[in-house]
Write a protein that binds this ligand. Structure first.
Ligand code: SF4
Length: 290
């Protein structure tokens, strides 16, 4: 039986004191230990940002890629070895800004990838520029007169793009977050967990004193049915005095991209004897990583 210590890295986190990333790191190790997923059975892929340094503080196989591009790397990894569990961890700028098209394509392709987004509604590493989830009117060094764009709603986007597992966590609700990460790790398809992650240095308007009195758990909500896609879509817009946490949508599992790629039905590519692929097999693999 694994414990959280089995995932402890040698480096100490350099995050600011009070950063929500500490909670996300703890929740991930709790979920991996609980589900008995050893470090060598998981590939963690990250992009660029404060939160993308997370695997530096773990004992895990990891690839720290380009800004906004961890999902294409994760896609390639799943196609090369779909015996491996793959988890992407990145921020809202990386995931919904530079990586927005990859996010939508991952949801509609339905590769078995757990996508954890550390959503602090700001670019933290580069010192507080507004991000795709910043609210309209947000004043930052890059929006001195207030952000003009409409913020993205990642939960609604994921549901619309075809994701069958869509959840929201909060880095201060460790037990619930660890539970949802565990559920996502077992989900046969793409799974998004958008995590409210206070950046205590650059986004003080969305710190713990904003979230804690507002969040509530969908598990405690009488009559909420996460299998109801329309109800989930409506719930994804709830924001203000009440902010829902939990699995908003868990639909019927759909065939994954891996299931439908003929060459992968014979087992992971890395375990197959070397041979020349048919043109149709090359096309299927190329489409997934384009
Ligand atoms: Fe965390 Fe913000 Fe500090 Fe980055 S700048 S480590 S997101 S508190």
């Amino acid at each position: 039986m694994l414990s959280r210590k089995d995932f402890r890295g040698q480096e100490r986190p350099t995050w600011c004191r009070g950063c929500g990333n500490f909670g996300i790191l703890s929740a991930i190790t709790m979920a991996l230990a609980e589900h008995d997923i050893a470090p060598h059975q998981l590939l963690m892929v990250t992009g660029i940002g404060c939160g993308s340094k997370l695997p530096h503080y773990m004992k895990v196989s990891a690839f720290n890629g380009l800004h906004g591009r961890p999902l294409p790397v994760a896609t390639g990894a799943r196609l090369a070895n779909h015996g491996l569990r793959v988890m992407v961890v990145h921020g809202d700028g990386d995931g919904y800004g530079e990586g927005l098209s990859h996010f939508l394509n991952a949801a509609r392709r339905n590769l078995q990838i757990v996508d954890i987004v550390q959503d602090n509604r700001i670019y933290g590493l580069t010192k507080g520029q507004y991000s795709p989830t910043s609210e309209q009117g947000k004043r930052t060094p890059t929006s001195p007169h207030g952000a003009i764009e409409t913020p993205v709603n990642p939960l609604a986007l994921a549901i619309t793009a075809g994701a069958t597992f869509v959840a929201r966590g909060y880095s201060y609700e460790l037990q619930q977050l660890a539970w949802m990460i565990g559920e996502a790790l077992e989900w046969p398809g793409y799974a998004l967990i958008d995590v409210l992650q206070p950046c205590v240095t650059w986004n003080k308007s969305y710190a713990y004193d904003f979230y804690t009195p507002r969040v509530y758990k969908l598990e405690d909500e009488d009559g909420y049915n996460p299998a109801d896609r329309e109800a989930a879509w409506e719930k994804s817009w709830e924001w203000g005095d009440r902010i829902p946490l939990g699995i908003l949508y868990r639909g019927d599992p759909q065939p994954t991209y891996e299931d439908q790629t003929e060459v992968l039905t014979r087992g992971p590519l890395v375990g197959q004897p070397l041979r020349r692929l048919e043109a149709s097999e090359i096309d299927a693999l190329r489409l997934a990583i384009s």
